[in-house]
Write a protein that binds this ligand. Sequence first.
Ligand SMILES: NC(=O)c1ccc[n+]([C@@H]2O[C@H](COP(=O)([O-])OP(=O)(O)OC[C@H]3O[C@@H](n4cnc5c(N)ncnc54)[C@H](OP(=O)(O)O)[C@@H]3O)[C@@H](O)[C@H]2O)c1
Length: 348
Amino acid sequence: MAAKTIRIAISGLGNLGTRFIKLISDKKTELRERYDLDLVIVAVADSRGAAQDPRGLGLDLILKTKASTGTVGNYPELGTVGVSSLDLVKQIEADIWCDATPVNIDRGAEPGISCIRTAMRRGMHVVTPNKGPIVLFYQELKQLAEDCGVCLRFGGTVAGGLPALYIGMRDLRGARIDRIEAIPNLVTGFILDHIAAGSSWEDALDLAKNEGVLEADPSWDLDGWDAAAKLVILANAVLSYPARLDDVKRSGIMGLSDQSIRSAFGSGRRMRLLATAVHTDSGYSLSVAPRALPEDHPLARLGPKEMGITYYTDIYGTLTATIKEETPLPSAATMLRDILDIMLGTEA
Ligand SMILES: NC(=O)c1ccc[n+]([C@@H]2O[C@H](COP(=O)([O-])OP(=O)(O)OC[C@H]3O[C@@H](n4cnc5c(N)ncnc54)[C@H](OP(=O)(O)O)[C@@H]3O)[C@@H](O)[C@H]2O)c1
């Protein structure tokens, strides 16, 4: 019997988008054998162009064209420079729209949000690791997905490849979540550990830049915006608490002296930027702040490229999950997980 074809369109071909395409290519046979699914990329877009073919584009050729010319607008015969992802989503036929474009909170989460709205209205399921649209428009998008009869999945928006959201949304059913503590941002832990080990702030920041783990705008990570955005997503999606970024009391790591980081480390504690949601009489109190975690804290053993989350619940006790991400592959793989969840009918 022929495998079921799933037509996928991808907007954003950077770290995640290109790794996702490679992943689909590498796992083609396995996906057919295990799930009876054939994932076909019918359209791709980056900031400068797009390409489409309803029969499926060549995965290797997408990656080769992007790497050698900078844009998939140059895909032989089927690409067009200057076509935007919004142009594309308005006219393609696909089952799933994947958005892997930049967060762009300061620009109203564009281009992601307009494309996501259009995709849903046109009957496509949406998968995105892009926090921007979810942080700013979660409630609207949830309703729109329901109205349009499509699924919206965003597992990669919090703590990379760690299923931090799904543990809370799916696996803690029936529980009251009293508290969440999370280290959802990799780069701050990376910098703090390097300073604890003797690096200067300057060297630690350079190292993070060279490793490609620091965002183009460093303040997004260092001032705690990224962790706050992830906390807002956790609050909305897991705690059903309609928080906004302004509701998070936030302080970043730049105010810490290297002495304080080293002295915490010397006394067995690990400095981390901790995102916390605490149940209160009126909902949840949300904060992001550096904390020297004592040795017995469930997240205290996390290394420089690890992220984690601890849920404190009334009936499942205290549950901690962590992930080590050496490369962006696990984050890219969340798009595969989300697509499989949708196609196999796994509830979020
Ligand atoms: N990297 C990670 O480990 C990670 C982990 C979890 C979540 N995320 C999230 O996933 C998303 C993608 O991350 P990334 O690291 O892959 O980012 P990236 O490397 O900066 O890639 C972004 C991609 O979006 C494209 N783009 C920018 N503006 C566009 C537009 N107007 N229309 C269409 N495409 C546009 C860029 O095009 P060009 O190639 O032409 O510049 C690029 O291909 C972000 O929202 C990020 O926060 C990333």
